[in-house]
Design a protein around this ligand. Structure first.
Ligand SMILES: CC(C)[C@H](C(=O)O)[C@@H](O)C(=O)O
Ligand code: SF4
Length: 477
């Protein structure tokens, strides 16, 4: 009898269920565990108190990213510079102590490979297609870009995975976001995912794992796929995933932790089987027309508050739902915006190019292409480019991108989460606006009172040059 057609998500899920209980709860095997300094200290402490070990230290990789300053980390004499904030210093010190104590792989804050955990995982070949990947971090969904089932977990689950390499989970529903047609020139993966979240809303994916489907994704680089899947959580989904293909295999081949030799061949054979079968049924399906998408920016304090750059700030009355009207009023008040204002009239004082959404080499190239031969506008007080990892930084420097950024008036920083969430010294001052390539525009996200506008790297670079939000296509060389 032919087996029932399955989605990509169902195939990965089925391959990892160790035990299914009568109530539908499943014990699921976890292939890869990424650990950072913010959500791990209590988990390690609990293991220590219980006298437990990490079950598979070889499947665990720790790297500090949220709290590290993005300015120089070493003094001229090679000694480490102190971290000013006591809580950050304590979390970093805890990871530095816990990693060797529990024997797990650790990338040190001053190592060349250090970076944002979601940039480092794929870059090191630690994140693999078909794998279950977890991290105590909501943007773990990013790793779905290489065809993994990847999702964020809480600190008590971090402890559970460290101790057992498993999790107790219920299967999510499956959702398809099918994108028809091709993206217009100047429209990037970031515009696409912002648009998708605008359409489905921040609750659109609740309880679901989204599979992104369509030719757009087949043609998209791995970097672009990571950007799209990264923001699945902003659409409410548990995870986002794109079927792995030759583009992914090429990207992963030869990376430090990727399988080698015969193991590689066997792995690729399995990865090739991981596409959704014809006839598989999704619990929910959304169709997006790529040609509808323009460079997209956020105007409010939720990632669903997006419009095309040529539009105006919406009026709260334009929303049908009274609670959305109320939220829009509060958003506009916080953002200091009037309905009807063209987005292109919104001036900015800060630009942040970085975060696990947009700090890979392709992102830096896209921003540098816009900045090349130009400088930031006089009203742009602070502009920083923060590579996602030390390896991205090195590659960008080899390509001369750092010079383009600094000649344009940007600061060229060390890798980390930086102004994405301001848990470190990189903050946007109260009342000021920031053109940001990150993923969250929540109240206070980039610092108390800071006003965030989400956009692509090319759009953020264009805003830096113009001093206001602007359609990057107008600046094309
Ligand atoms: C600090 C961490 C737990 C948090 C997350 O889970 O996503 C952070 O990375 C974020 O982006 O808000
Ligand atoms: S870069 Fe931002 S979104 Fe990504 S893990 Fe760090 S804080 Fe979270």
């Amino acid at each position: 009898m032919a087996s029932k057609p399955r989605t990509l998500y169902e195939k990965i899920w089925d391959a990892h269920v160790v035990e299914r209980q009568d109530d539908g709860t499943c014990l699921v095997y976890i292939d890869r565990h990424l650990v950072h300094e913010v959500t791990s200290p209590q988990a390690f402490e609990a293991l220590r108190v219980a006298g437990r070990k990490v079950r598979r230290p070889d499947l665990t990789l720790a790297v500090p990213d949220h709290n590290v300053p993005t300015t120089a980390r070493l003094a001229a004499d090679g000694s480490r510079l102190p971290i000013a904030d006591p809580q950050s210093a304590a979390q970093l010190a805890a990871l530095e102590k816990n990693a060797p104590e529990f024997g797990i792989r650790y990338i040190d804050a001053v190592a060349r490979e250090q970076g944002i955990v979601h940039v480092v995982g794929p870059e090191q070949g630690f994140s693999l297609p078909g794998a279950t990947i977890v991290c105590g971090d909501s943007h773990t969904a990013a790793h779905g870009g290489i065809g993994a089932l990847a999702f964020g977990i809480g600190t008590s689950e971090v402890e559970h995975v460290l101790a057992t390499q498993t999790l107790l989970l219920r299967q999510s529903k499956s959702m398809e976001v099918r994108v028809e047609g091709a993206l217009s020139p100047g429209v990037t993966p970031k515009d696409l995912i912002l648009h998708i979240i605008g359409v489905i809303g921040t609750a659109g994916g609740t309880g679901h794992v989204i599979e992104y489907r369509g030719e757009v994704f087949e043609k998209m680089s791995v970097e672009g796929r990571l950007t799209v899947c990264n923001m699945s959580i902003e659409g409410g989904a548990r995870a986002g995933i794109i079927a792995p293909d030759e583009t992914v295999f090429r990207y992963l081949k030869g990376r430090p932790y990727s399988p080698k030799g015969e193991d590689w061949d066997r792995a690729v054979e399995w990865w090739r089987s991981l596409a959704t079968d014809d006839g598989a049924v999704f619990d929910k399906s959304v169709v997006i027309h790529a040609s509808d998408i323009e460079p997209t920016v956020s105007w409010g304090t939720s990632p669903e508050d997006v419009v095309a750059i040529g539009d105006t700030v919406p009026s709260p009355d334009s929303f049908a739902d009274p609670s959305k009207q109320d939220a829009a009023r509060k958003s506009l008040d916080y953002m200091g915006l009037e309905p009807g204002t063209p987005l292109e009239d919104v001036t900015i004082e800060n630009v942040f190019i970085g975060s696990c959404t947009n700090s890979r080499i392709e992102d830096l190239r896209a921003a540098a292409a816009v900045l090349n031969g130009r400088t930031k506008a006089a009203n742009v007080r602070w502009a920083i480019a923060v590579p996602g990892s030390g390896l991205v930084k090195k590659q960008a420097e080899d390509e001369g991108l750092d010079r383009i950024f600094t000649d344009a008036g940007f600061e060229w920083r060390e890798p980390g989460c930086s102004a994405c969430l301001a848990m470190n010294p990189d903050k946007v001052p109260p009342g000021e606006r920031c053109a940001s390539t990150s993923n969250r525009n929540f109240v206070g996200r980039q610092g108390p009172g800071a006003r965030t506008h989400l956009m692509s790297p090319a759009m953020a670079a264009a805003a830096a040059v113009a001093g206001h939000l602007v359609d990057v296509r107008k600046l094309a060389p």
